[in-house]
Design a protein around this ligand. Structure first.
Ligand code: XMP
Length: 333
């Protein structure tokens, strides 16, 4: 645990000069650790794995093999964007796996939130392990572990209980044990973002709002169906677009749509129209342990409501969740 603890002398990375010094230091360390061997990375497109990928591409180029698993629960255009940035722009050695059917088939009919999480987490490892087994000569596994993850595991080791089984990538099977490369494990999130910007990653990627590992799976409540998931993805894209246009994206920490597994009667083109409600959640927080509700201008809420109900198939109402954390959690599940 000793070298997992941040030395008191370590300066907080707040500007490009410090970030560039950190990057140079890490490049040297990664090269010394890895030599001419190959490194595998699960690249989700989140800030942490993206920064690790960009760092490793700088340090060892094509010796890094990135695997992006699209579990079918990504937001609109998210996987496409990972391919665009890393394969097309950074020329990464990137394997893209569309595993949508594998995940959605396994999730069919499963409504219990923790069971859904376990299926998504478990299948993620299966898909990733299948890809890893096809590759030859991998010696290292890179991970986007950051300092709060280390602090969290210390807390868990001390026996403190989590409310939900948060997970992104769990442990790999016995036959796939690699030495770890964790270049950002002593950094806090704000430092990871500065390093990401200094590495030239797009701002939208570096300042991306948090997105849970199980993705839209925790926001498509109850048993996931393809049609409701598609409606959720479209409604969420509209919400994000309107937040961007109206300058709210910079002010609100996390904002997204949830669709419960209920329908109500509505009316469309003078006919009865049974549809799902889309629930908007927009919260601010410092550490995600508590969260407050943002006051969104009525005009923006009206515009979002009108766009979602007219543009998204299957939705006939839009609701705004006014509950802080506690008593709600940020996600619904
Ligand atoms: P809750 O719902 O517990 O969420 O108030 C707190 C924050 O954690 C995010 N979240 C996750 N993040 N993997 C993650 O990396 C997960 O499995 C996961 N589940 C929830 C959530 O979006 C919120 O920002």
């Amino acid at each position: 645990m000793q070298n997992n603890l941040r030395p008191e002398s370590m300066e907080r990375i707040t500007n490009f000069e410090l970030a560039n010094a950190f990057i140079a230091e890490q490049i040297a360390e990664i090269r010394a650790q890895v030599g001419d061997k190959k490194v595998l990375l699960a690249l989700s497109g989140g800030v942490d794995s993206s920064v690790v990928a960009a760092l490793l591409i700088k340090a060892i180029g094509k010796q890094l093999v990135c695997v992006h698993v699209n579990h079918g629960l990504m937001r609109k255009n998210e996987s496409e964007n990972v391919v665009k940035v890393f394969k097309d722009e950074l020329d990464a050695n990137l394997i893209y796996v569309d595993a949508t059917d594998r995940f959605l088939d396994l999730l069919a009919g499963v409504s219990d939130p923790e069971s859904k999480r376990k299926i998504i987490g478990g299948e993620f490892i299966n898909v990733f392990a299948d890809e890893a087994r096809k590759l030859e000569g991998i010696s290292f596994l890179a991970q986007g572990t950051i300092y709060p993850d280390i602090l969290e595991s210390i807390k868990q080791a001390e026996g403190k209980k989590a409310v939900k089984s948060h997970h992104n990538v769990g442990g790999l099977p016995e036959d796939l044990q690699f030495e770890l490369v964790e270049p950002i494990k002593l950094l806090f999130k704000d430092e990871v973002r500065v390093v990401g910007e200094a590495l030239g990653l797009p701002r939208a990627m570096v300042y991306r709002q948090p997105f849970p590992g199980p993705g839209l799976g925790v926001r498509c409540l109850g048993a996931i169906t393809r049609d409701r998931l598609a409606a959720l993805r479209e409604a969420d894209a509209i919400l994000r677009e309107e937040f961007d246009i109206n300058g709210l994206a910079e002010k609100v920490w996390q904002y997204f749509v949830i669709i419960p597994d209920i329908k109500s009667v509505g009316v469309k083109d003078d006919s009865r129209y049974e549809g799902w409600p889309a629930i908007i959640r927009a919260v601010n927080t410092v550490d995600a342990m508590t969260a407050s509700i943002e006051e969104i201008p009525y005009a923006v809420l009206h515009k979002i409501t009108s766009r979602i109900t007219s543009e998204v198939n299957g939705i006939n109402r839009v609701l705004y969740d006014l509950t802080p954390k506690p008593s709600g959690t940020i996600e619904w599940e």
